[in-house]
Design a protein around this ligand. Structure first.
Ligand SMILES: *[C@@H]1O[C@H](CO)[C@@H](O)[C@H](O)[C@H]1NC(C)=O
Ligand SMILES: *[C@@H]1O[C@H](CO)[C@@H](O)[C@H](O)[C@H]1NC(C)=O
Ligand SMILES: *[C@@H]1O[C@H](CO)[C@@H](O)[C@H](O)[C@H]1NC(C)=O
Length: 309
């Protein structure tokens, strides 16, 4: 009896192993809604081209769907349980910040699940908890829920509500979120309303620590830096001189850790204590792409033809 059992167990193992090898291939081919690309939401990328050079198995493209419409796009890092970036087109908010009902992404837990973001329920399915960040991760973490696509960069109530999915959120220090980073978001909005004469494409992301990852609740990776870039292909021809360097593209990197080195973003010691060490450095697109390329270990191009196609 027992020799037979063990041989069948062995055989089972072999089949299981073979299936595991096949899984990535099947995954892309036959499983329902979850997509291996951004084909349903290319409108949120300049020239309908998502950033080039970012490809690794753990990145999951998400077309952010809410109330039957796509609102923006995110590239989700399944290992880190945070987005690497969110990509969106900017529209000035035509109302207040909405009541935030936080949502999750069923399709990350079940590949055949709805592709609509869904309000968190109690109790929450264990598969959901495994597959992504949940509200519990942020509780008592000392980090705020930092929007990559901020609600105030979105025009309609539905657009704004759709930004309250945790797949658009990274653990961000309050000193950054309510200080220099929020001022950057305001500055980008002003560039848009004053000088941009068509769509403005924004990509905002998080940069992981190079060494010694930090996590909240032992699950969700904390970014060392926030970064953002915009592309406004059609802008006013009579730009004031100081604005000329910002069109058609513009970029910035912000500190999320006062103890980080100063080689990427220097610290201004003269600012008030609550925001000290959370500086944001403005730079051109090439400089940001160089930083991202070095840190992520791959050459990266955020906008097709540097936004000059
Ligand atoms: C938001 O919540 C507040 C308090 O719970 C409520 O009074 C208000 O009507 C809500 N607003 C919307 C737009 O749902
Ligand atoms: C949050 O900050 C408080 C006060 O600085 C500290 O006592 C606590 O350990 C921190 N919590 C976490 C999860 O780091
Ligand atoms: C971008 O900025 C870097 C550093 O300030 C500079 O060396 C480079 O010439 C700039 N590139 C462009 C295309 O303006």
């Amino acid at each position: 009896m027992s020799p037979k059992l063990s041989s069948s167990a062995l055989c089972g193992n072999k089949i299981y192993g073979a299936l595991l090898l096949l899984l990535p291939w099947f995954g892309g081919l036959v499983l329902g809604e979850i997509s291996s690309d951004f084909s349903k939401c290319l409108e949120f990328f300049y020239d309908r081209s998502p950033p080039q050079g970012i490809n690794a198995a753990w990145y999951q493209p998400i077309c952010q769907r809410y109330k039957n419409q796509y609102h923006f796009a995110s590239l989700y890092n399944r290992e880190h349980r945070t987005p690497l970036y969110s990509a969106y087109t900017l529209g000035p908010a035509d109302g207040k910040r909405p009541n935030s009902t936080w949502m999750y992404e069923p399709q990350l837990a079940f590949s055949r699940a709805s592709s609509e973001m869904t309000p968190f329920q109690i109790p929450l399915d264990q598969n959901v908890i495994e597959s992504q960040a949940v509200l519990q991760d942020y509780r008592q973490s000392n980090f705020t829920k930092g929007h990559l696509n901020p609600s105030m960069h979105q025009k309609t109530k539905e657009n704004r509500e759709a930004t309250f999915t945790l797949t658009n959120i990274v653990p961000q220090q309050a000193g950054s979120n309510s200080g220099p980073w929020s001022r950057l978001e305001g500055a980008v909005m002003r560039q848009f309303t004053r000088f941009c004469e068509g769509p403005m494409y924004v990509i905002t992301g998080a940069l992981p620590y190079e060494h010694g990852a930090r996590r909240i609740n032992n699950r969700v990776f904390v970014p060392e830096y926030m970064w953002s870039a915009f592309c406004c292909p059609t802008y006013k021809s009579d730009l004031p001189k100081p604005e000329r360097t910002f069109f058609p593209t513009y970029a910035a990197v912000g500190r999320n850790d006062p103890d980080s080195g100063q080689e990427i973003v220097p610290v201004n010691l003269k600012v008030r204590r609550s925001v000290r060490g959370y500086d944001v450095k403005r730079m051109n697109l090439t400089a940001l792409e160089d930083i991202l390329g070095q840190r992520l270990g791959m050459p990266i191009s955020l906008f097709a033809g540097q936004c000059r196609k």
